[in-house]
Design a protein. Structure first.
Length: 482
């Protein structure tokens, strides 16, 4: 086993063991993939191979769905909500107990700074299980409709930007409502999902309730196409989301799609500027900008634009880019070579289309996938960098004069996931929240998440909500929604 050490101080050392290879987690145990094929998962900060992971074929997905069906028809389907809740509480507590292990593994496989996996990803994942544990025996009173019942077997496909957290967003509500699960993590970040399988065993969950099938897009497609899946939950790109919607059209499958975004972070002249600059930096550079709700467009009122740009650049010069396992790192590695190429292609297009490019000039490690925090000014609405999701540490700055113009520009994208408003005027916050076509609107803050709040988009950002009472409704049928 390869050993990876975290934290330079000996007293705060935590070590995580990464096995040289992993199988699929089906029916409560690890098993080989039927075709025997595997793929490598790489540490994006060093390009070192971390492990070889089984590549699930359609036949493996079929085995996983059959196991989930047996579990649903068996003990799990008959279990009381109170007993299901106990399993969820147990999982939440184990996640807390093993938090450091999860944080280090997430950082190794994803490239995100350890302070983010430690303080955001893992605690929020545990919080999601605690929150849904509380719902498991109260579904009758959740206002979801008459006689809420599980769908049955749920297929779940998640992306690489918050691997453990997206897994928690998917699995916790599915189990709380009595469904069983077949989940596919992203190809570049399978390791925390496989460690979660270990937690499932530790919590003594009945076999087949949670199945983890690793693989690439073809494995996801096999889940989507499987005839015995009752409901699909997908988080990922709008392109793949559209393909999934087409694949299941006319079938009995229900679906929730959480897709891309191009959020506007809007600063008015009366805002507390330093606080707003902090929010903007967090909004786009948190998790290297690999965030669906990232504030990737800054809309700043024209008369304060020069001041904001100056303060923003000064702040960006203080960001530490580098070793994700260093507790002082602010911006880690780009998750994959493919993602780095996409960011490079779009930023080159930004320059070619005439926007002015600036980066913080920091040194980058020799190995691994890296991109400097970058800001484009003089961006117009038609530029690709103002329209397309870059999913990297790149901010496009546009200006506006009136609130009406800010709303028009903010809404002028195919997406509608999130937005931020910075102003001292309460009435303006309420007016903007009403006008913005975004599922989440933050005021004088950004990137705040809580399991009690529903999260999801308008337009091409998808449909359905995750979190809160609204998120539960996607996992049940009632006498009114069939
Ligand atoms: P995708 O390429 O769409 O991949 C998402 C997942 O779908 C991965 O597990 C992927 O497998 C799988 N997949 C690929 N092709 C598939 C197919 N034909 N059928 C079924 N599954 C398939 O997105 P990504 O690049 O991993 O993630 C980034 C995107 O996710 C961004 O657009 C981001 O905005 C969005 N996102 C949205 C949210 C919310 S809540 N709205 C949250 C996080 C991320 P592979 O990994 O093997 O390709």
């Amino acid at each position: 086993m390869a050993k990876f050490e975290y934290a330079p101080a000996p007293e705060s050392r935590a070590v995580v063991d990464v096995a040289p290879s992993y199988g699929l987690f089906i029916n409560g145990e690890f098993t080989e993939s039927q075709g025997g094929s595997a793929f490598k998962t790489v540490n994006p900060a060093t390009e070192e191979v971390l492990s070889e992971v089984a590549d699930a074929s359609a036949a493996d997905v079929d085995r996983a769905v059959a196991a989930a069906r047996r579990a649903y028809n068996g003990a799990w389907g008959r279990m009381s909500g109170a007993d299901r809740g106990k399993y969820l509480f147990r999982i939440a507590r184990i996640l807390q107990e093993r938090a450091r292990e999860f944080a280090v593994l997430e950082t190794l496989d994803n490239g995100k700074p350890i302070k983010e996996s430690r303080d955001v990803d893992v605690p929020l994942a545990a919080a999601h299980f605690f929150y849904h544990a509380g719902w498991a025996d109260k579904l009758e009173y959740a206002g979801l409709g008459t006689n809420p019942r599980a769908h049955g077997v749920v297929g779940q496909v998640i992306p690489w930007n918050f691997p453990l957290l997206m897994l928690a967003w998917k699995i916790a509500p599915a189990l709380a409502t009595g469904n069983t699960v077949v989940l596919k993590p992203a190809e570049t970040t399978p390791l925390t999902a496989l460690l979660f399988a270990d937690v499932v065993q530790q919590a003594d969950l009945p076999p087949g309730v949670v199945n983890i099938v690793t693989g690439a897009g073809a494995t996801g497609q096999a889940i989507v196409d499987h005839p015995d899946i009752d409901k699909l939950a997908f988080t990922g790109s709008t392109g793949v989301g559209k393909m999934i919607a087409r694949s299941i059209a006319g079938t009995r499958k229900k679906a929730t799609l959480e897709l891309g975004g191009k959020a506007a972070n809007i600063i008015f002249e009366d805002a507390a500027i330093d606080q707003a600059v902090e929010g903007i930096v967090n909004g786009i550079f948190f998790n290297q900008g690999h965030v669906c709700c990232a504030g990737s467009r800054l809309l700043v009122q024209e008369n304060i634009a020069a001041d904001v740009e100056r303060r923003l650049k000064r702040r960006l010069e203080t960001l530490r880019v580098g070793d994700p396992l260093d507790k002082n790192t602010d911006v880690g590695a780009i998750n994959s070579k493919a993602q780095l190429s996409r960011i490079t292609e779009l930023t080159d297009a930004g320059e070619a289309e005439g926007a002015e490019r600036w980066d913080n000039g920091c040194e980058l490690p020799a190995k691994g996938f890296w991109f400097r925090p970058t800001v484009f000014t003089g961006v117009s609405q038609t530029h690709r960098i103002a329209q397309e999701e870059i999913f990297g540490p790149v901010l496009s700055v546009l200006t506006f004069r009136t609130p009406q113009e800010a709303v028009a520009k903010a809404n002028n994208t195919p997406y509608g996931l999130s937005a931020g408003v910075w102003t001292e005027k309460g009435s303006r916050i309420l007016w903007m929240a009403d006008q913005l076509r975004a599922g989440v609107v933050w005021a004088n803050t950004f990137n705040k998440f809580d399991p009690t709040s529903p999260f999801g988009g308008y337009k091409e950002s998808g449909y359905g909500r995750e979190g809160g009472r609204h998120g539960l409704s996607a996992y049940v049928t009632t006498e009114s929604n069939g």
